[in-house]
Design a protein around this ligand. Structure first.
Ligand code: NAD
Length: 330
């Protein structure tokens, strides 16, 4: 049995080797995205796994091409599968699978880390230290146990973040369109987004991106926040109206922000633009602000998450090849 994995990074190789040995399956890799031009590489394989930023496209012939090679599935080792035309793949007889949750802790820990950095004013101290200014005046920190963390979207990641914040002693409140009774030992639900925004010292976003969550944090929402409150976004960029965030930060309506994801990130994130003058985008403006921290969508990027993405995706391929069913099929 042979499986081909597309778009493989060096940091995935150890997990792939371990899985291949444990299952006695040959797993070959390349560093190419899956497109009509690279589809022929899958010839002779029993299964394939992809992971990519750009869309495969909606040309049904590429999916039929895979089926004609004898493949039964198309597995993405990501949660999002917006790169795949699922109806076209299904029409060709392929089972499409994803990895919906590889490690909620990976992103939740990122949100906790960024929150701690914000409340300790570490970004502002870094700025002073870069100027050889070792003073601490004006930058007294607040302890997390004295604060209310408001989580919008207490699902897999938000629920995990709630447990971590609760463990650190914070008061945790949450707003979600669905309530999870198993979380009520660590958080208190509020009825409206507005109520949460007014009460929280840190607003932590973990909604999935959907028509109700796009633009959830707009100018009116930011105005409801306390002037000394912070916002942390490790969900999806378009959940915040970035123009409104930039304006609110400039006007001092909120104290700062940590963004692992931001509208327009695809033009910059996971690329090296050293030495270039960045176009005057919102991202560039936010990067200039001393009270804003940007990380390039790396919440997911941990040892355990990468291993789980590899293991869960390959397990599903094997199951399907052997005629079984997986709960991750669309
Ligand atoms: N930064 C990263 O590297 C990274 C990695 C993985 C996932 N993510 C993002 O994290 C987010 C959460 O992922 P998850 O697996 O926890 O998702 P999930 O589906 O388990 O949880 C999302 C929660 O948001 C709630 N929600 C949706 N729309 C809402 C709205 N308008 N108002 C209030 N609540 C709403 C849902 O009811 C659900 O409980 C997603 O946006 C995902 O894309 C980021």
């Amino acid at each position: 049995m042979k499986i081909l994995m597309y778009s493989v990074r060096d940091d995935e190789q150890a997990a792939i080797k371990d899985w291949a040995q444990a299952h006695d399956v040959q797993v070959d890799t390349n560093d190419l995205e899956f497109h009509p031009e690279t589809a022929a590489l899958a010839k002779g394989y029993d299964g394939i796994v992809i992971q990519q930023r750009s869309a495969i496209g909606d040309d049904p012939s590429v999916y039929q091409q895979l089926a004609d090679m004898g493949l039964k599935q198309l597995t993405s080792r990501t949660a999002g599968v917006d790169t795949i035309d699922i109806p076209a793949a299904k029409a060709a007889g392929l089972t499409v699978t994803n990895v919906p949750a590889y490690s909620p802790n990976s992103v939740a820990e990122m949100a906790v880390t960024q929150t701690m950095r914000l409340i300790r004013n570490l970004e502002l101290f870094d700025g002073r230290l870069a100027q050889q200014n070792f003073q601490w005046n004006g930058l007294q920190a607040r302890e997390i146990r004295s604060l209310t963390v408001g989580i919008i979207g207490a699902g897999r990641i938000g629920g995990t973040a709630a447990r971590l914040f609760h463990g650190l002693g914070a008061k945790v409140i949450a707003y979600d369109v669905v309530r999870h009774p198993e979380l009520t030992d660590v958080l208190t639900y509020v009825d409206t987004k507005e109520e949460l925004l007014k009460q929280a010292d840190v607003v932590d976003l973990h909604v999935d991106l959907n028509p109700t969550s796009e633009g959830l944090i707009d100018a009116a929402a930011l105005k409801l926040m306390k002037r000394d409150a912070f916002i942390v976004n490790a969900s999806r960029g378009p959940v915040i109206v970035t123009d409104a965030l930039v304006a609110a930060l400039k006007a001092g309506e909120i104290a700062g922000a940590a963004l692992d994801t931001v509208e327009g990130e695809a033009a910059l994130f996971n690329q090296n633009h050293q030495g270039e003058v960045l176009a005057d985008t919102n991202v560039a403006q936010l990067m200039q602000m001393p009270n804003v921290m940007i990380t390039p969508h790396v919440g997911f990027y941990t040892n355990l998450a990468v291993k789980n993405m590899v293991d869960i995706s390959l397990d599903d391929v094997l199951t399907i090849i052997q005629g079984g069913q997986t709960e991750h099929a669309f």
